[in-house]
Ligand binder design. Structure first.
Ligand code: NAD
Length: 351
């Protein structure tokens, strides 16, 4: 249907993108969606089973660094907007192998936005009439702001200076700067959202919350870095998706919006909370995978391991700009969102 606008979503087979696509397809009838994803270890089409035959959805396997492919997609499908999730996203991997983070997060973002500029704009500074509403939305992280002392009440705002500490956050910070420059230099209609730690269904096993749940259910040690007192601000993934939707449709061009849950929790609190909920929903005595009958609670499996190098102590987001300007609110707090998340994993593991 030629009246529909086609939006390019990158990295849609990952955790957040695969929560976002079904939400977005259902909410907006006027968009076709192309999902461009190279399917690294982090991408899984199973996450998108519910939409794979949807008439307004199409998957293309490919790399955002491949300029010819990205150009082809813009022309072939007449792309009218971009929501850019694709990235290498795991801090621990970036410590072992930073090169691919620079390649995907920096070069990939550059390739994508540069192709968008050339497709949507005449000469460098003027939008073609038919693309005057076309927007490039870049998804980023609060980790670009560095770390906060854990005994302070300071929050990251959109004005906090960038001070990334890991190769992951440095590569995301670089990509944010490239997007920023395309607005200031060429007048591109960009928006950046910087979000705190997400959790929820479909997250890759390597991340903290799935790791805790998976190990607990298998009766394996639950590894917690350092003293367990590192603090993160946790956001339920669908609340993030709602924030992206608002910023994409209503955010001001060239602006950045922080999205965060006002749900600061220590890692050890999270591990204990998950164990408590599992003790209730799936008591150890009924879990046939666990043969050690000395265990009375999943909490007995919590084990401290040596800290991650350069581990940021605390992240916390001030989300008042997106709340006040765009009317965003998180629907879940950590304690309600984590119950939904655990139920989802229990179903998955018991399938
Ligand atoms: P993820 O690792 O689960 O998914 C990333 C997806 O991108 C995967 O499907 C992968 O196959 C794809 N991809 C990777 N390299 C690619 C390439 N070169 N070309 C095409 N596709 C490629 O990540 P996520 O947790 O869903 O995060 C999505 C975005 O949100 C990222 O930009 C991340 O920096 C940002 N973010 C994540 C969090 C979080 O807590 N997960 C918080 C804030 C911001």
């Amino acid at each position: 249907n030629s009246k529909l606008k086609t939006i390019l979503i990158t990295g849609g087979a990952g955790f957040i993108g695969s929560n976002f696509i079904p939400y977005f397809l259902e909410k907006y009838q006027e968009y076709n969606i192309i999902n461009l994803d190279v399917l690294t270890y982090a991408g899984d089409l199973e996450n998108l089973q519910e939409v794979e035959n949807h008439p307004r959805y199409k998957f293309i396997k490919g790399n955002i660094c491949n300029k010819e492919l990205v150009e082809y997609i813009f022309k072939e499908y007449d792309i009218r907007g971009v929501i850019h999730f694709a990235a290498e996203s795991h801090v621990d991997n970036s410590i072992k192998n930073p090169g691919v983070f620079v390649e995907t997060n920096v070069n990939g973002t550059y390739t994508l936005i540069d192709v968008a500029k050339n497709y949507w704009m005449e000469a460098p500074f003027k939008y073609k009439d038919e693309y005057k509403d076309s927007r490039f939305h870049h998804i980023s992280t609060d980790e670009v702001y560095g770390t906060l002392p854990d005994d302070s009440n300071i929050l990251f705002t959109e004005e906090t200076p960038y001070a990334p500490n890991s190769p992951y956050s440095a590569s995301k910070a670089s990509s944010d700067m490239i997007v920023r420059s395309y607005h200031h230099t060429y007048g591109m209609n960009t928006v950046i959202t910087n979000c705190s730690n997400n959790y929820g269904p479909k997250q890759h096993d390597e991340k903290l919350i799935p790791t805790i749940i998976r190990n607990a259910l298998a009766g394996n040690p639950i590894p917690i870095y350092g003293d367990g007192k590192n603090i993160r601000d946790w956001l339920y993934v669908l609340d993030h998706c709602k924030g992206i939707d608002l910023a994409y449709h209503k955010g001001k061009a060239g602006e950045t919006y922080n999205i965060g849950g006002r749900n600061e929790r220590t890692n050890i609190y999270i591990a204990n909370k998950i164990c408590e909920i599992l003790d209730e929903l799936y008591p150890i005595s009924t879990n046939t995978q666990i043969t050690n009958n000395q265990l009375t609670s999943y909490k007995d499996l919590i084990t401290f391991v040596s800290d991650r190098p350069g581990h940021d102590r605390r992240y916390a987001i001030d989300a008042s700009k997106i709340e006040n300007e765009l009317g965003w609110r998180a629907d879940e707090n950590f304690e309600s969102g984590i119950v939904k998340t655990i139920k989802w994993y229990l179903e998955k593991y018991n399938e």
